[in-house]
Ligand binder design. Sequence first.
Ligand code: PXG
Length: 457
Amino acid sequence: MSNHVSNPKTLEWQALSNAHHLAPFSDYKQLKEKGPRIIEKAEGVYVWDTEGNKILDGMAGLWCVAVGYGRDELVQAAAKQMKELPFYNTFFMTAHPPVLELAKAIADLAPEGMNHVFFTGSGSEGNDTMLRMVRHYWASKGQPQKKVIIGRINGYHGSTMAGASLGGMQGMHDQGGLIPDIVHIPQPYWFGEGGDMSPDEFGIWAADQLEQKILEVGVDKVAAFIAEPIQGAGGVIVPPETYWPRIKEILAKYDILFVADEVICGFGRTGEWFGTDFYGLKPDMMTIAKGLTSGYIPMGGLIVRDEVVAVLNEAGDFNHGFTYSGHPVAAAVALENLRILREEEIIDRVRAETSPYLQQRLRELADHPLVGEVRGVGMLGAIELVQNKETRARFEGKGVGMICRGHCFNNGLIMRAVGDTMIISPPLVISKAEIDELVDKARKCLDLTAAEVLGKA
Ligand code: PXG
């Protein structure tokens, strides 16, 4: 980037980055050499960098800007609340109107019987809260030994110690270690790991790993199973159709809690309010963040089933909370964001109109020589880059995903690479014309990538 910079301000900001900023999830060596791209403004589904490039944001910021950029109602909601009550805590027997109204608004949207919300500042804190609440719950029921939580390899649940431990990212486990009594089972990633099994066979196999793990650990020790309805950061992994029905059968057999991490799937990404609605699941807890405020202000939380709350109520003190739990300004922005999603019928439009169109147009890319599979649900999509379409063999060691991501950025499209899987998660308000632009740019960048790695277009 710093090689072809035309705006002197860009160089200044890159120098500040080098001198002072420690960036999240970045290769520090590479960042220092190249400098970050500086994004300075946004509108609708587009962002602009300081070099004047207009870029279609196929990732909605980081899976969060559901209602799109530039919604003045959210700005006004924040300003109004800041004037009225910029901060007060929700600890020690106090509350304020925005947090209570938001808890009610979320309960109205959540599945039947999930009527209580613990607020946090992020999805990671939501999962930390879950871990502590789940263990407190079982201890309160006289079963303190029930504390093992089962997560999945390549699941993502955040970056705090609990988030990283619950998630199944080896690169994260290797840095900083793990919280004890968290174990992982394989993911339902047929394209990458299904081998010779059909997707349906593999879905059953992957689900059965949960039952095996419960039996191996002992049901008297297992507290909960946590999973994203569709894995996001792991590469938009849509499980085979057999997976969730089998998991549901297994969960019904054993007395353990089920936690759906809805941080990405929640608030409309699948075309339903929650991923669990899309798959017909019955969670005991749901972690939320991102789309809750469309990312305009940080906020997360944990939605909890009434039966669990009944036990917590009996138990008395829950010694847990964050200064910014239920922050009034964040709550006011979330309330306004939910109003926009509801009143503009954005999720209905995603379900009925724009997501079928996105999915159909994306699948047209399956004929490209580099593309081994296109999959997706709602406003989530993944494109698998392969050397051999039949055997699903990868380009070993070429970093094809990162090459493709670079072409995308340079041609006005943000599409993320997870290994050699290209993923998208655009704002829910993306129009059909903007979907056309996204897919046309994606094809052009696949061609550029093919030219680079195959030596031909
Ligand atoms: N659960 C899920 C399912 C997530 O996707 C979190 C929890 C943690 O939320 P916070 O607000 O603490 O970040 C997330 C966050 C990526 C990427 O590489 C994804 C996330 C965060 C950062 C990077 O796609 N998701």
